[in-house]
Design a protein around this ligand. Structure first.
Ligand code: NAD
Ligand code: TDX
Length: 335
C-alpha cells in the first residue's frame, strides 16, 4: 500500500507516519508538507532514512505538484495538512481558507483524476460548535463552527462529502477532540503550559479557565485512523474522543503540580473571542463498528507528555529560537 500523507511534518501527521511505518513493514509513505511555521522535519529525524519513507516539499494548493505526485501511484491519501491554530485564525483568517479549503479542493480534484482508492480527511470536533454543560457531539450533530479555523475545517468536510456524493470518490471523515502528546507545537495549551512552567514563565489562561476540552492522546488518535483506513465504511464520518473531559484550569494545575511549580504562575488573561465553552465526543460509532478504544487515561498520558518535554528540551528550544527551520533535508524525486 502506498500512502500519501499531507502535513506529515506537523504534530499528528509525524506521529501517524511513525505509527504506520512501525506497524506495517511493507507500506510506503510519501509525506507532502509545505513546512510552514508548524512543519518541522526534526519531528521525523528517526525515520528519515527509512527506505519506505520519502518527503516532498510542496504546498497542497499547488495543483501541478499534487498531480505530479499522484501520477507516481498512490492508493490512499491521508489528509492532515492544515492551518490548525484557532488563535491564528482570528488574527489572519485568509491562510486558513487558502490551505484548509482551497488546498483540500486541489487534493480532491487530483484524487479523482488519478483514481485514488481512498481519501481520508482528518477533521475536528470544533466543526460542531460549542456544547453547554451536558450532551455530546455525535456524527449527526449539525455543523455550527464558531471560529475562522473551524469554519474552514467544516467547509473542507463539506467539500469532501460533496466529492463523494457527486463524483463517487471513496472517502472517510474523522472528527477528533483535542490531541496531546510528543511533538506538539508549543502554541497549543498543553505544550505551551509545560514549557512555560519549566521556565517559570507566566501561564496565560483565557477567560475564567472553565472551558472544557476532551483530551485524546495522539497515539490513540493514530490507532483510530489506522482502523478507519482499513475497516471504515465508505462515505462515513467517525468521531474520535478520549472520554477525558477537563477544564483548562484543571489541566494547567495538574501540569504545575507534576512539575512542582506554584499556582501563582497562572495568569488569567483576556478571553479568546468566540471561545467555545465545551467540547465532548460521543465515540460510540467507532467503538462499536471498529472496536476502537483509547489506551491512555489523561492522567497517564499527561505525565508521559510532561516527561517527553522535559527530555526533549533541545527540540522545543530549537523551535523557540527558530533554528528548526535550518533542518531541511529534502530528498525528493519530484522537485
Ligand atoms: P500542525 O499545525 O501541527 O501541522 C500542520 C502541518 O501541515 C504542518 O506540518 C504544516 O507545515 C503543514 N501545512 C500547512 N499548510 C500546508 C500547505 N498549504 N501545504 C502543505 N502542508 C501544509 O497540525 P496538527 O495539530 O498536527 O493537526 C493535523 C490535522 O488534524 C489538521 O487538519 C487539524 O485540523 C486536525 N486536528 C487537530 C487536532 C489537534 O488537537 N491538534 C484536533 C482535531 C483535528
Ligand atoms: O495560551 C492559551 N491559554 C488558554 O487558556 C492557549 C493556547 C489556549 N487556552 C485555552 C483555549 C482552549 O479552551 O485552552 C484550550 C485549548 O486551546 P488550544 O490548545 O488552542 O486548542 P483548541 O482551540 O481547543 O483547538 C485544538 O483542538 C481542536 C486544536 O488547536 C485544533 O487544531 C483542533 O481542531
Amino acid at each position: 500500500m502506498r500512502l500519501l500523507v499531507t502535513g506529515g511534518a506537523g504534530f499528528i501527521g509525524s506521529n501517524f507516519i511513525r505509527y504506520m511505518l512501525n506497524k506495517y513493514a511493507t507500506y510506503q509513505i510519501v509525506n507532502v508538507d509545505a513546512l510552514t511555521y508548524a512543519g518541522n522535519l526534526e519531528n521525523l529525524r528517526d525515520i528519515e532514512m527509512n527506505p519506505n519513507y520519502s518527503f516532498v516539499h510542496a504546498d497542497i494548493t499547488d495543483a501541478v505538484k499534487m498531480n505530479r505526485i499522484l501520477q507516481s501511484g498512490v492508493d490512499v491519501i491521508v489528509h492532515f495538512a492544515a492551518e490548525s491554530h484557532v488563535d491564528r485564525s482570528i488574527l489572519n483568517p485568509s491562510t486558513f481558507l487558502q490551505t484548509n479549503v482551497m488546498g483540500t479542493q486541489v487534493l480532491l480534484d487530483a484524487a479523482i483524476k488519478h483514481k485514488v482508492r481512498k481519501f481520508m480527511h482528518v477533521s475536528t470536533d470544533e466543526v460542531y460548535g460549542s456544547l453547554g454543560p451536558t450532551g455530546f457531539f455525535q456524527e449527526t450533530t449539525p455543523l455550527s463552527p464558531n471560529s475562522p479555523y473551524s469554519a474552514s475545517k467544516a467547509s473542507s468536510d463539506l467539500l469532501v462529502r460533496a466529492y463523494h456524493e457527486t463524483f463517487g470518490l471513496p472517502i472517510h471523515i474523522t472528527r477528533c477532540s483535542n490531541n496531546y502528546g510528543p511533538y506538539q507545537f508549543p502554541e497549543k495549551l498543553i505544550p505551551l503550559m509545560i514549557i512555560n512552567a519549566i521556565e517559570d514563565k507566566p501561564l496565560p489562561v483565557y477567560g475564567d479557565g472553565q472551558n472544557v476540552r476532551d483530551w485524546l492522546h495522539v497515539e490513540d488518535h493514530c490507532a483510530a485512523l489506522d482502523l478507519v483506513l482499513h475497516n471504515g465504511r465508505d462515505g462515513e464520518v467517525y468521531n474520535v474522543g478520549g472520554n477525558n473531559e477537563r477544564t483548562n484550569i484543571d489541566i494547567v494545575k495538574s501540569i504545575l503540580s507534576a512539575l512542582n511549580k506554584p499556582d501563582d504562575l497562572i495568569q488569567f488573561v483576556t478571553d479568546r473571542p468566540g471561545h467555545d465553552r465545551r467540547y465532548a465526543i460521543d465515540a460510540t460509532k467507532i467503538r462499536t463498528e471498529l472496536g476502537w478504544s483509547p489506551k491512555y487515561s489523561l492522567d497517564v498520558g499527561l505525565q508521559q507528555t510532561i516527561q517527553w518535554y522535559l527530555h526533549h528540551k533541545d527540540w522545543w528550544e530549537r523551535i523557540r529560537s527558530g533554528a528548526y527551520r535550518d533542518y531541511v533535508k529534502i530528498k525528493s524525486p519530484f522537485q
